[in-house]
Design a protein around this ligand. Structure first.
Ligand SMILES: [Zn+2]
Length: 140
């Protein structure tokens, strides 16, 4: 797999709730997560009210960008353009260090294998601009 990316990705749908996360990703290649000032827990996906204690005192904080693959799928065919040209594509449930989990793409280089328990990290600022949503790579 080459992980080459075509230019015609669909854009993520921006809402008032997710705009800060998408902006930070696009501009800095960083993942920010909502944290609740009421109960202290991290919250994902972005929303106006904490799902644990119903507080609306949610603030954005940088995340480590590191996590562990819980489960994954590698998609080889049947993908719409432009993703079909990039198959196989890895999608994983990632348990982030902040205690939340998210589904995200994981780039898998030649010779690497996606597996449960694998450590992952964000792709980094240089590559972030290529992807409309936070994207990970296998951490070495
Ligand atoms: Zn809370």
């Amino acid at each position: 797999m080459t992980n080459e990316v075509s230019a015609a990705y669909p854009e993520a749908r921006v809402t008032p709730d997710n705009a800060p996360m998408l902006k930070r990703w696009r501009e800095a290649g960083e993942l920010v997560l909502q944290h609740c000032e009421g109960c202290g827990k991290a919250v994902f996906y972005p929303r106006p009210v904490c799902p644990h204690c119903w507080s609306d005192r949610l603030v954005w904080r940088p995340a480590s960008g590191k996590g562990t693959v819980v489960s994954f799928s590698v998609i080889h065919r049947g993908l719409p353009a432009p993703f079909d040209a990039e198959a196989p594509i890895g999608l994983a449930e990632i348990a982030l260090e902040e205690g939340i989990s998210m589904i995200a793409r994981v780039l898998v280089a030649d010779g690497e294998e996606l597996e449960s328990g694998a450590g992952v990290a964000l792709v980094g600022k240089a590559d972030a601009a290529r992807f409309p949503l936070p994207t990970f790579r296998i951490a070495r």
